[in-house]
Write a protein that binds this ligand. Structure first.
Ligand code: ADP
Ligand code: MG
Length: 455
């Protein structure tokens, strides 16, 4: 892949986006994107502030991925990062004062793109244990009883934030303030990246190098381990690396969406080893924690948000911190854009789509019906034992949507699909996710169904 070719593709993608979203939206959110390069199967796009980056990721991330995949088949996804030109528009600047201040002073540790630090992590009952463990590991890596550190919890509850915070704490800039701490090398990777790198190393016959690289670090962090599941030789490789590192007195930090014992398809030996250090879970947020988080984020953004509005948000937006943060960001952006104060009315108006999603709960039956209609199959095929692709794929999509849109557990979903096993549902979710990544048209289809069900 060469740079001019990428640049031309990028220009086409921008043009398409502009015509899709319209000039105003484009100028407000997208114009400041710059193409920063590529890394393996990822293109890297910079935005000047964390706020803009999050916004673009939340609202246009999927579209950007799809457009890139259409343009260039070797691109699997777009990594949106903070960097590049500084913002000219005052909106973005006023929303990220913290970031702008810290940017020049703090070189980011390799692989880290966010300023997720311990300072910005709000501690409350649901996460205080995980927080304390993370702090401890950052202060004394590889200490007895804390290795490996296994952090788990639902999506958007702060796992990645805590891992990044540990990495920050151990980064060269941070450790200079603690003279008796020797420099520590940290590798942070998502399980997907780990897999990707490992497979790429096999292809280029450089697995030895890859292993040595991994084994030379002091702290290895693997985020979202659930995505490693079921990939036999990468699990095997991770297991060996894991053992080698622990035996050499290095620290491992792993995150996942479930506890080691609930990660179903995990290799038994790996499961045992993962569970033998410290296992800490991040619980769902409480109302009190949501209020504290809103207060903290509003303060960091330097905006006045009335208590009434915070209470409203904390009552309504309960799924996770990511959604809560997203809602606040939207509200603040809206207020800035139109030069109006943040009010309860504005909150209800600006967030009507998010709020409606909370008001309306989709049922598995509705999902089955819609998906069956969409793919022109009989509703009974959702629970029939037929395995022909023409019915099996839509059934998998319906299972995937049931997992995404309802709060039903995997076994509950399985039961509604003709008493299938929860591992079948899990496999369906993984399969659909994988197809969506590979096939932009398929992804669009599923997204469309999802949007129809949500509204
Ligand atoms: P996970 O990795 O568990 O899916 P993240 O760590 O990515 O979740 O968190 C999602 C978003 O919510 C991030 O922007 C993060 O900074 C924020 N967040 C989560 N928990 C907290 C917290 N306790 N205090 C402040 N921000 C939080
Ligand atoms: Mg995460």
């Amino acid at each position: 892949m060469d740079e001019p070719q990428l640049a031309a593709q990028w220009a086409r993608i921008r043009g398409r986006l502009q015509s899709e979203v319209g000039d105003v939206e484009y100028r407000t959110w997208l114009r400041q994107m710059t193409l920063a390069g590529f890394d393996g199967d990822e293109v890297i796009v910079h935005l000047p502030t964390r706020f803009l980056r999050d916004w673009v990721r939340g609202h246009y991330g999927d579209r950007l991925n799809a457009l890139w995949q259409q343009e260039n088949r070797s691109i699997r996804r777009v990594a949106l990062r903070v960097g590049g030109a500084t913002a000219v528009n005052g909106l973005a600047e006023s929303l990220a004062p913290d970031e702008q201040r810290s940017e020049p002073a703090r070189p980011r540790p390799e692989g880290l793109e966010s300023p997720f630090t311990f300072d910005t992590f709000v501690v409350g009952k649901p996460n205080e244990f995980a927080y304390a463990c993370a702090r401890r590991v950052a202060a004394q890596p590889a200490s007895q009883g804390f290795n490996p550190l296994f952090l788990y919890g639902g999506v958007g509850l702060g796992k990645t934030h805590l891992m990044h915070a540990i990495a920050w704490e151990l980064s060269p800039t941070a450790t200079t303030t603690r003279p008796n701490m020797r420099p520590v090398s940290v590798a942070y990777m998502s399980a997907e990246k780990f897999m990707y790198r490992f497979i790429a190393a096999i292809r280029s016959q450089s697995t030895m190098e890859f292993k040595e690289q991994l084994r030379s670090v002091d702290v290895l962090m693997i985020d979202d381990l659930q995505f490693l599941i079921g990939k036999d030789n990468t699990q095997e490789e991770f297991f060996h690396t894991f053992n080698a590192l622990v035996d050499a007195g290095k620290q491992i930090v792993v995150s996942a969406d479930k506890s080691p014992s609930d990660l179903q398809l995990l290799d038994d030996r790996l499961r045992t080893r993962l569970g033998c250090g410290m296992v800490a879970d991040l619980h769902a947020t409480t109302y009190e924690l949501r209020i504290s988080i809103l207060e903290s984020k509003a303060r960091l953004a330097g905006v006045a948000v009335p208590p009434k509005v915070m209470e409203f948000l904390a009552h309504k937006i309960t799924a996770n911190v990511r959604e809560l943060e997203g809602a606040l960001n939207r509200l603040v952006a809206h207020a800035n854009l139109f030069g109006r104060p943040v009010t309860l009315d504005a909150a209800q108006e600006v967030l009507h789509d998010v709020l409606r999603a909370y008001d309306r709960k989709v049922t598995i039956e509705e999902i089955q019906k819609r998906v069956a209609e969409h793919y022109n199959i009989r509703l009974t095929d959702m629970s029939s034992p037929r395995r022909a692709r023409a019915v099996a794929r839509p059934r998998q999509i319906a299972m995937y949507l049931a997992k995404q849109l309802t709060s039903r557990s995997l076994p509950e979903i399985g039961r509604k699909f003709g008493n299938r096993d929860h591992t079948t549902v899990m496999h369906a979710c993984a399969k659909v996710g994988e197809l969506m990544e590979r096939d932009a048209a398929f992804a669009e289809d599923v997204e469309l169904l999802k949007r129809m069900l949500e509204t």
